[in-house]
Design a protein around this ligand. Structure first.
Ligand SMILES: Nc1ncnc2c1ncn2[C@@H]1O[C@H](COP(=O)(O)OP(=O)(O)OP(=O)(O)O)[C@@H](O)[C@H]1O
Ligand SMILES: [Mg+2]
Length: 221
């Protein structure tokens, strides 16, 4: 396990099932500030079983959280990560992190909210965050509405992160278009054509603020 010395792992008996994701199960320790353990299953074999010894998903999420926070974006505080040593283990790795109380995904929001003004505010915020991400030369391998949401405040919070540094402008552009497509693919029926146009327009405007990412605006329709 990799964690700073100040992190003490809560005793094994208190953990309760919290929720299940498509490739993970989350458990919650009832500490004064609740801690979540995200237990991650391999998705693709033999890729994940080989990769876990070098760069397990929990390690990638851990590093991604710091990268996002350094760029001024909000992500849950991460406490530590561990990897299962056996190649036959049903789980690949485990991430310990802060629970965002009442976390709600933006996928749920765009499916449920009919308030046009609120929806626009969300697309404003998403465009600002996405421009900031790429403005820092970062790309997201899994940036979709299910992994971006809110806790109790208005600020967007990014969970389930796989953030890389783009070493070249070509990689930055590829990563940017990948995220833009991923957003659309995972919410095709939940966002109106006119909202996509609005989002792209805001995105183009926000990208202007970031010298590294300015050229990306021209890649949008
Ligand atoms: N830090 C957190 N605080 C509160 N809820 C969380 C947190 N992290 C995850 N969740 C909840 O658990 C759900 C699944 O989490 P997550 O998206 O990380 O898993 P996943 O999609 O299965 O991951 P992966 O696709 O990487 O296997 C989220 O939609 C969210 O409701
Ligand atoms: Mg997810």
């Amino acid at each position: 396990m990799h964690a700073p010395a100040r992190f003490s792992l809560p005793g094994i008996s208190g953990w309760q099932p919290f929720t299940k994701g498509p490739h993970s199960e989350l458990f919650r320790a009832p500490t004064s500030k609740p801690i979540l353990a995200k237990v991650i299953r391999p998705r693709s074999q033999p890729r994940d079983t080989l990769r876990k010894y070098v760069n397990a998903q929990a390690r990638r999420e851990w590093r991604s959280a710091f990268r996002l926070q350094d760029a001024g974006l909000e992500a849950p505080r991460v406490h530590g990560w561990a990897v299962s040593i056996s190649p036959f283990a049903p789980y690949e790795s485990i991430l310990f992190m802060e629970e965002i109380e009442g976390f709600k995904t933006s996928l749920r929001f765009i499916r449920e909210s009919e308030n046009a003004a609120d929806r626009r505010l969300f697309f404003d915020d998403l465009a600002a965050d996405m421009a900031r991400l790429h403005g820092h030369g970062l790309i997201h391998k899994d940036g979709h509405f299910g992994n971006i949401g809110w806790g109790s405040g208005d600020q967007l919070i990014w969970i389930d992160n796989d953030i890389r540094f783009a070493n070249t402008p070509a990689k930055l552009e590829k990563g940017f278009l990948h995220m833009r497509q991923m957003l659309e693919r995972t919410a095709r029926n939940d966002v109106h054509a006119e909202e996509w146009r609005y989002f792209d327009q805001r995105l183009r405007m926000q990208l202007e603020r970031w010298p590294k990412a300015r050229a990306l605006g021209a890649t949008l329709r």
